[in-house]
Ligand binder design. Structure first.
Ligand code: GLC
Ligand code: GLC
Length: 634
């Protein structure tokens, strides 16, 4: 079959049948142009998924008509910066916030814009804010209606007003696109429960035998919630696929009607005025019996199909991938025709690994393999987020270094959850698997880096180390190529919070330990430079300012540099004559460097951007404990 010819023929047929009558001539011509350019890409992806479906043409027609109808609707004011490659700029600094934990609701969040501006933020990820079940809603990740803002947070209009207010200040808005599952209260799920077969086909309703077969090969994501990936519905005597909580029902994308329906929801999200859509749990969207049902090739066809729709309907929006999986799989979602942005869970996890071991070998070797991504795609680098830390690295690399993967993960879990003598970290375990002992870690940046324990021990040296660890981590995160993303409260040095233990809807989910409602007191503490929180807030603020003031932080050329010690991590960025050499000592000891740095910097003297000190490189050979340098030519 000549797929190019078939695509063109199909588009011509569709164009003859579609109704453009509601569009202005100008909008119509732009859209036809985009369809002409982009339909092939869409068809190429949908054909392998649904080519066998007799009704594919019907679904395509519904899909394109929805795209046309979307263009009738009004979006909030766009951001002024129209640069298509905005994500490559050093001006980008992000933060992820819960509307009701940073403010109270969407209206009061507008009052926080000056705080974002003062911090230097121009990218705000609003955690899920749509209608979701009362009580436990997985922090909003169980969505009952993508088109309605949760009444607790405000109205759809409030969200649009917020988008306009952010855009006026040059801040981009990131919203979640939770497309792997809906809540069991979504109207599709309700109809399915009521016995409507059309909607049962929106989900995986299967019998016990099938569920058992799938469970043989599928990983358990929340093993403390439930064993296996299915939830039994007694009223229907069927099992429904639930990768996460039992009230989060996985959508069945083998049904093209689901793809079309979810594109329609995606377009509604875009009407709120977002600039980035965060593709939640995207690794799980395609399932095939006998496989792990994660990262399957057809998941990529599906995501590329969504992206093709995005490029036709709203090319100013980009996708961010949330794939917290094996590094090779993480990278496969990153492409100009798939996800432009991606979380960097490998670097995140291995920075914590390095802090615990005081060794950077695994970090170096892993980044050497995985850090390079295609041109015009960008990492979103982070230290903490609203989720747990999972120890995902490539075991062939740890094997090569003589590190036993299972044992090492066990050590890291012990280390970060207060079960390893001498550890600086105060964290809590998440989702311990009773069968294989697997576990992940929760906690705020400050608590995991040692601030909480140091304060409890009232030990100034430990506290100094803890704050320096936060400086080292941030200093790497802000200087690596990519968009640095803060997590709410970490810029204020907020510690773990145990309030969730008293809330029956949260007590079983330890991720709430790092999801604290931020109070006036948290901000006041962070304003006082004599407190640990104040020191943390200041160092983060300063680093952001330096990053934004120096173009070198947008340099494309990047190289990991070995300085002859396993306690050091170093890398170089270069743009023409301009060089940035970042050196971090992740140990509590002085560490000598073997090579002289003048060759690396191309100059005899350097300037440390972090404190404006000039350094004579010929005699510079010792890095202070937990120190961090951002060196340029002086
Ligand atoms: C993503 C979210 C996480 C949520 C899960 C299910 O991983 O980050 O918080 O539990 O998806 O939606
Ligand atoms: C989702 C969850 C996270 C989990 C991961 C496993 O991202 O939010 O908690 O570790 O899936 O793949």
């Amino acid at each position: 079959m000549d797929i190019t010819f078939e695509a063109q023929k199909t588009l011509q047929r569709l164009l003859a049948e579609l109704d453009f009558s509601q569009l202005t001539p100008q909008k119509k011509s732009i859209l036809i142009q985009r369809l002409t350019n982009g339909f092939q890409a869409l068809f190429n992806q949908l054909f392998p998924l649904y080519g066998q479906r007799f009704d594919l043409y019907y679904h395509l027609k519904v899909l394109l008509q929805s795209v046309i109808d979307f263009h009738k609707k009004k979006c909030p004011a766009q951001i002024k910066d129209k640069s298509a490659l905005w994500f490559e700029s050093n001006q980008n600094v992000g933060i992820a916030v819960y509307v009701d934990l940073l403010a109270d609701d969407l209206v009061s969040l507008i009052e926080k814009i000056p705080y974002f501006e003062a911090l230097g933020i121009n990218y705000v990820h609003l955690m899920p804010l749509y209608l979701s079940p009362e009580g436990n809603s997985d922090g909003g990740y169980a969505i009952s209606d993508y088109r309605t803002v949760s009444p607790k947070l405000g109205t759809n209009k409030d969200l649009k007003d917020l988008a306009s207010a952010l855009h006026k200040k040059g801040i981009r808005m990131v919203l979640d696109f939770v497309f792997n599952h809906t809540s069991d209260e979504h109207r599709w799920a309700q109809a399915a429960k009521a016995g409507d077969q059309e909607y049962q086909d929106y989900y995986y309703f299967i019998d016990e035998q099938d569920a058992m077969e799938y469970n043989q090969t599928v990983r358990e994501i929340f093993p403390q919630i439930r064993r296996g990936s299915f939830t039994y519905l007694p009223e229907l005597d069927r099992h429904v696929w639930t990768t996460f909580n039992s009230f989060q029902w996985d959508l069945n994308y083998s049904n093209p009607a689901v793809f079309v329906a979810v594109v329609e929801e995606m377009l509604h999200l875009i009407l709120n005025g977002c600039d980035v859509l965060r593709l939640d749990a995207l690794a799980f969207v395609w399932k095939e019996k006998g496989t792990v049902c994660e990262n399957l090739p057809k998941a990529h066809n599906l995501i590329k199909a969504f992206k093709a729709c995005l490029d036709i309907a709203a090319p100013h929006v980009v996708f961010k991938s949330e794939a917290i999986v094996h590094p090779d799989d993480v990278n496969k979602y990153i492409a100009t025709d798939e996800c432009t942005l991606s979380y960097n869970p490998l670097m995140m996890a291995l920075l914590w690994e390095s802090l615990a071991t005081r060794q950077t070998n695994l970090l170096y070797q892993s980044l050497e393999r995985s850090f390079q991504i295609p041109e015009h795609t960008t990492w979103v680098n982070y230290l903490r987020c609203h989720d747990d830390i999972g120890w995902l690295w490539d075991d062939t690399i740890s094997d090569r270094l003589g590190i036993d993967g299972i044992g090492h993960r066990h050590f890291l879990n012990q280390f970060y959850t207060g079960q390893f003598a001498g550890s600086f970290a105060a964290g809590v375990p998440f989702q311990e698997n009773p069968v294989n002992g697997d576990c992940r870690v929760c906690g705020t940046l400050a608590s995991l880096a040692g601030v909480e324990n140091a304060i409890a021990a009232d030990d100034p040296l430990l506290l100094d180390h803890a704050i320096k660890r936060i400086r080292v981590l941030n200093g790497i995160n802000f200087a690596m190529p990519g968009i640095p993303l803060l997590y709410q409260g970490d810029d204020l040095g907020v510690l773990n919070n145990n309030d969730y233990l008293k809330d029956p809807t949260k007590v079983d989910d330890s991720r709430w330990v790092h999801r604290k409602k931020l109070t006036k007191a948290d901000f006041t503490l962070a304003e006082d430079i004599n407190t640990p929180q104040g020191k943390i807030a200041q160092l983060i603020r300063e680093m952001i300012q330096i990053r934004k003031a120096n173009d070198i932080f947008a340099a494309k050329s990047f190289e990991l540099i070995s300085l002859g010690s396993e306690h050091l991590f170093a890398f170089k960025r270069q743009s023409g004559d301009n060089v940035l050499l970042v050196i971090a000592n992740i140990s509590e000891h002085h560490v000598p460097i073997t090579p002289t740095l003048d060759g690396l910097i191309g100059n005899k003297t350097a300037m440390n951007l972090l404190n404006n000190e000039r350094i004579d490189l010929s005699s510079f050979s010792l890095i202070e404990p937990l120190d961090l340098l951002w060196l340029t030519k002086a």
